[in-house]
Design a protein around this ligand. Structure first.
Ligand SMILES: [Zn+2]
Ligand SMILES: [Zn+2]
Length: 339
């Protein structure tokens, strides 16, 4: 079979790999959809030193059907034919973080991440420990399950960290695929969502995903506009997804405000003596637990959320070079490889 690799010089190259066989405790997934996530670009561009992009199949948003299971996998864990999402990490399975569904935070630091330390989903088949698989609800497409596997699930994780948001004025900074997902979830949870970006096309899409108001922060004064929209109170809640607007976020966060910073690289700083009377709660969030990934999928079904509409581009594996050239420009939307 062929899978997409990143030599690290802004190219995406198809290479031959043996079709994987399941070992003890493992399952092989026949990949049906494999999403493109913003963090792929670190490896595509060669801007990080870890990971084996040239020899490792890329893609950490795989979704598909169980094709084969290895010895010791019980039917409760995985059965051939199951529609599945993948929680794309695994750890020791014994520490407190692994046991509570956070294997990416494994205390023994001997964990694996799909597409970094093991082969990813940009290929027809993927082998993972069966315990990383989560059921894909019948009402969700494989493309939706792929998005929930990282980008959309990351937005969900951030929103869940923020706690009760119903009735708040919630500002989502950045309307790329993660921010747009945040807009979708926050509006479904009853927040009044103000979407911020510097591209009008992204703001138009944000309206379709539930934003009550949109602000192009390259054209309008963000702090003034938020003050106008809130009677001078400022934002109750902020989800920062752009990775570059941390400082702006603090200029619009009101008293008792809560803000979650999920965009990378991101930089947030403030002087306590200037801000302590605002009683802020500031937090970070890293993707989502196994439990929250499954909950995110169920929520999307229960609220009939338009997860498929997050995608603006669908590609075949053979279009890898073109697909990542497009994605590298970060001008628009989200792509997915459909197999
Ligand atoms: Zn562990
Ligand atoms: Zn990702």
């Amino acid at each position: 079979m062929q899978g997409i690799t990143f030599p690290g010089d802004r190219t995406a190259v198809l290479k031959d790999f043996p079709r994987p066989e399941p070992g003890p405790g493992e399952a092989v997934v026949r990949v049906k959809a494999s999403g493109m996530c913003g963090s792929d670009l670190h490896f595509y561009r060669g801007t990080v030193s870890f990971g084996g992009g040239a020899d490792t199949i890329q893609g950490h948003e795989p979704c598909g059907v169980v094709d084969a299971v290895g010895p010791g996998v019980t039917p409760d864990t995985a059965t051939v034919g199951d529609r599945v999402m993948v929680h794309h990490y695994w750890g020791c399975d014994a520490c407190a973080h692994c046991r509570t569904g956070w294997p990416q935070m494994c205390d023994r630091e001997n964990g694996h991440t799909v597409s970094i330390t093991t082969h990813g989903g940009h290929a027809p088949y993927l082998v993972v420990p069966a315990r990383t698989l989560l059921p894909l609800p019948d009402a969700l497409s494989y493309e939706a399950g792929a998005a929930i596997g990282c980008g959309t699930g990351t937005a969900w994780g951030g929103i869940r960290r923020l706690g009760d948001i119903g009735g708040t004025t919630l500002v989502v900074m950045g309307q790329g695929p993660v921010g747009l997902s945040g807009t979708m979830f926050a509006s479904a949870l009853g927040a009044r969502v103000v979407a911020v970006d510097v591209k009008d096309a992204r703001l138009e899409r944000a309206r379709a995903f539930g934003a009550s108001e949109v602000i192009n922060s390259a054209q309008a004064d963000l702090a003034e506009t938020i003050a106008d929209l809130t009677g001078g109170r400022g934002a109750d809640v902020i989800l920062e997804t752009s990775g570059v607007a941390g400082a702006d976020a603090l200029t619009i966060l009101g008293k008792w405000g809560r803000a979650c910073f999920i965009g990378l690289p991101g930089e947030v700083s403030f002087r306590t003596e200037q801000q302590y009377k605002k009683q802020w709660t500031l937090m970070t969030s890293w993707t989502m637990s196994t439990v929250e990934q499954a909950r995110c999928a169920d929520f999307a079904v229960e609220h009939r959320l338009p997860v498929d509409d997050l995608y603006t581009h669908r590609w075949s594996l053979g279009q890898a070079a073109e697909a990542y050239r497009w994605f590298d420009e970060q001008a628009d939307g989200k792509g997915v490889f459909v197999l």
